[in-house]
Design a protein around this ligand. Sequence first.
Ligand code: SF4
Ligand code: SF4
Length: 455
Amino acid sequence: MKGRIVSLAAGSQPDSRSATQYRMLSRLFRERLTREMAFSMVSCVHCGACAQACHYALARAHDPCMTPAYKADQIRRMFNRNMNWICRILSGRLNAGTSAADADMERLRDIVFGACTGCRRCTFNCPIGVDNAALIRFTRGILTEMGVVPEGLSNASRNQWLSGNQMSVTEEEFFDSLDWIKAELQYELGVGDLDILVDKKDCDIIYAVNPREIKYDPHSLMNAAKLFYLAGESWTLPRYGWDQTNFGLFSGDDRLGAFMAGNLYRAAERLRARRIVVSECGHGYRSVRWEGYSWANNQQTIPTESVVETVMRYLIEGRIKVDRLRNTGSVTFHDSCNVARYGGLVEEPRWVLKQVCSDFREMYPNGVNNFCCTGGGGLLTMPEYRPLRLEVARIKADQLKVTEADTVCTMCHNCRDGLGDLIDHYQLNMKVVQVMDLVAEALVLPPGNEGNINE
Ligand code: SF4
Ligand code: SF4
């Protein structure tokens, strides 16, 4: 991977597909350019402030190719070569990109998919308002359309198109997992009336999950089912449209974004649900709560929230009781970029954590200034970029170490895996959990519901 990153510097050789790709690239630039993108294309003054914001640039301070401005400049070279008529005529003299450099799609792919998690920290730190993260996603979308996309990302996207979920979970697997969760919970709580309903009409909540909760990690969904049962909630999962994740966000493909978010919106409409709740997933939250409504051109007619906000409501309304002494270890919180910086949820998870843990400690910087877990932007599905990802994860590892906490908590499945990976790599003495794990541990069961909880 180190060799590959060295090749991010401009000037690689053209490949045989150049002419066709060049024409396609020109067309896609013309068709997709928005006013916001055009602004970011032309407004950078190269002050360098964003270099201090990016974990890639900070961890590889010796490598100018890792600065957000450099990465965006590689996109600008393409833009100038294709969109600016002066540059089209005088491209060589203006260093706007030669046809050879323009044709080097793979180099651009390694930049926009392999050297940026789309965390948007650079955008927040640009005095001009240049949105490098949006430029990166815009370019990912163009490369995806051209088929120049990492295989892992492409496979997960294809799964979503074909099966409606990123892991191609079949209906049989879906119902098997629900049956198993139901049986476990009935035993744990010693109750027979706990159910997990699918496609039930007129519920207060339609709940959407990350497919890993069905395929690999049923405890997340189990925690939610337990919470809903104790709160006396009327809720359902949809038979189709239950995957709240969205590879359209990572690949830059707004049509996939619209398809996936639209599946859930249509399910909510069909089942006449009164609220959409998504499990703990950063990019899923951003996709369903914010971006999806515009991708799918859908009016938001019912509230949409994260399950962490649901927990907060229940606690305020007195629908559940918790005991913070059930979680006595030291806990710090990692803000997912998609939840905090893009989604504006900063205080809510902290409020909940302070109710369910007795030793909560902040990590710095935090909230909208937090550093990425380094697994964002779909990076976990692209093993070819793992060495670089773990190298630049040093910034996050240092941040975690200073807290001296036993546990880092996050409200995102993706961050959980990203953090777990770097904790192993840097041999930190720390475990990773999600907010709902700590909530489930702290839940006080009403008399009669203790069942077999201690077994
Ligand atoms: S901070 Fe903004 S203006 Fe300065 S180099 Fe970065 S993108 Fe360009
Ligand atoms: S979006 Fe994040 S990872 Fe990408 S260039 Fe900006 S700061 Fe770096």
